[in-house]
Design a protein around this ligand. Structure first.
Ligand SMILES: Nc1ncnc2c1ncn2[C@@H]1O[C@H](COP(=O)(O)OP(=O)(O)OP(=O)(O)O)[C@@H](O)[C@H]1O
Ligand SMILES: [Mg+2]
Length: 500
């Protein structure tokens, strides 16, 4: 008998007039990995929240083991073995790793939390997700990637029959992602069913037994294992053919805009970084996790001021000791952890988009509301941000659309030097191309663009030149003509060194 373990039939869900789901169905069998894909705002997270008892459908039916079921709360869902790992991390920063894993299900001894036992029992769970961290360290001291693994360990601890992962790898390094794929394989072998949401189609191809595609809140097709190819997935998601590769057009570089000499960052004080980015150039920074890419960007932006060396913007020496000083000098940074540093969730889409630039340009402490509206509308159109109203709070946008708001906020600043850390993380394939088009347009207007990315296709696809970092230093510089996955990996792993 092969009854689906979990089934959703014709689910409808509206949020104050916005129809997020228009009658979506899904079925999940025992021990299978089902990928759910679709563009930003397609309804993936909403569907998963309903299955996990976080949200409730307006109409439709859920069946578990062939029987109609009501999932009235997260507790209900957990009791039936359904656990959800949210797209946005959900950990308590002020608690240690073990306490987060057992949050709400604390191990007690004489009525008190038995910390020692929690830490002991956390160990094998951390091992299962390949996280080599002491269970007693604070969650806030871990990288986003590591925090994501803690979330997964937490889900493992409830012994779920159905584990739903909403973009689990969007913040992980390729090493950590591979590790997670192994964990998922282990779960499947133990008969656990996994629902896996990702914008990384290569991962979906490697992992999924089946793919369900959503488009605009409705089903847009199911793909069996042997039908899962990059092209069929994209075709179903966007409803038309779309080329995998971004068309590259060379732009003539202008004068040097960002000149960095002997820069020393607090993360790697022994290394001296020197390079130049010209007007109209898009330069990628490649490297493995921990290579120092983020630290280089945050140092240039004054978050962690440099220990030595010099930075020149259009020939003028600057020494940003704060982001505010960096912005005044013409530098903007789209940060990696956008939720913490990027948007104010309670604030409207429009205000998030325009406030940074208006604050910089304000006269006599007055902010021009009309200009705010215009700027907001411009960016919503340019980035195709899916929102019902520009005055809608950002927290009600889908994950990918929140990312676009952060991007738009910094782009609206019109900086001379635009720094971006993983600019298209969590953004769907169509929107990625919008972002690349926008970066190109800015480059054509003379902006110097420097971006770090872990996505090989992105590094290969958009860069005029690539700096490859390894253990805090620039291991080499590759012009576009020498860009291949191999040449980058050689430098990134330290197996080859060029002097550029
Ligand atoms: N609480 C809410 N209030 C208002 N609208 C919402 C709310 N939650 C979701 N929506 C809307 O529902 C639609 C579907 O959002 P959802 O988060 O399910 O998309 P998604 O497929 O997960 O996208 P992404 O890939 O960007 O994460 C979006 O238009 C979103 O703005
Ligand atoms: Mg989502």
């Amino acid at each position: 008998m092969d009854l689906p373990l979990l089934e959703a039939r014709a689910l409808v869900k509206s949020f104050s007039g916005v129809r997020a789901l228009k009658g979506v169905s899904l079925s999940l069998r025992r021990g299978e990995v089902l990928a759910v894909i679709g563009e930003n705002g397609a309804g993936k997270s909403t569907l998963m929240k309903i299955l996990a008892g976080v949200e409730f459908a307006d109409t439709g039916e859920i069946r578990i083991d062939g029987r109609t079921a009501t999932i009235g709360s997260v507790h209900d869902a957990l009791a039936r073995g359904i656990a959800l790992i949210h797209q946005e991390l959900n950990l308590a920063d002020n608690l240690d790793v073990a306490a987060n894993i057992f949050l709400g299900r604390e191990k007690l001894r004489f009525g008190l939390i038995d910390k020692a036992r929690q830490r002991r029992e956390a160990r094998p769970l951390l091992d299962a997700v390949g996280l080599d961290t002491d269970p007693s360290v604070l969650v806030s001291s871990l990288s986003i990637g590591q925090q994501q693994l803690v979330e997964i360990a937490k889900a493992l601890s409830v012994e779920a029959r159905v584990l739903i992962m909403d973009e689990p790898t969007s913040s992980l390094s390729s090493q950590e992602s591979r590790n997670l794929c192994r964990v998922i394989g282990d779960l499947r072998a133990r008969g656990v069913s996994v629902v896996y949401i990702s914008h990384r189609l290569s991962e979906v191809r490697a992992l999924a037994d089946r793919v369900t595609v959503l488009r605009d809140g409705a089903n847009a097709g199911d793909l069996a294992r042997d039908e899962i190819t990059h092209d069929t997935m994209v075709q179903h998601m966007v409803g038309r053919d779309s080329s995998q590769f971004y068309p590259y057009e060379p732009r003539p570089p202008g004068a040097p805009v960002l000149e960095v000499a002997e820069l020393r960052t607090p993360a790697h004080p022994m290394q001296r970084l020197s390079f130049t980015v010209h007007a109209g150039e898009i330069v990628g920074i490649a490297g493995l996790i921990g290579a120092g890419r983020t630290e280089l960007l945050t140092t240039l932006f004054g978050v962690t001021p440099a220990l030595g060396g010099s930075i020149r913007i259009a020939g003028i020496a600057v020494a940003p000791r704060s982001p505010r000083a960096a912005i005044a000098a013409g530098i903007a940074l789209v940060p990696e952890d956008r939720k913490k540093q990027g948007v104010v969730l309670e604030m409207s889409v429009r205000d998030n988009l325009s406030l940074a630039s208006l604050r910089r340009d304000q006269r006599h402490g007055l902010i021009n509301r009309q200009r705010a509206g215009e700027l907001g509308a411009e960016m919503i159109a340019a980035l195709k941000i899916k929102t019902s109203d520009s005055r809608q709070p950002v927290q009600f946008l889908s994950g990918g659309n929140q990312q676009k708001v952060v991007l738009g906020k910094w782009l609206a600043l019109r900086p001379r030097v635009l720094l971006l850390d993983e600019p298209t993380r969590g953004i769907d394939i169509g929107a990625k191309q919008e972002v690349y088009r926008l970066l190109e347009q800015l480059a054509r207007e003379g902006v110097a663009v420097l971006y770090a990315s872990s996505e090989m296709e992105e590094i290969l696809g958009v860069s005029d030149r690539v700096l490859v970092m390894h253990e805090g230093r620039i291991a080499g510089e590759l012009p576009r003509s020498e860009l291949t996955e191999e040449s980058i990996m050689h430098l990134a792993t330290g197996s080859r060194v060029t002097t550029a």
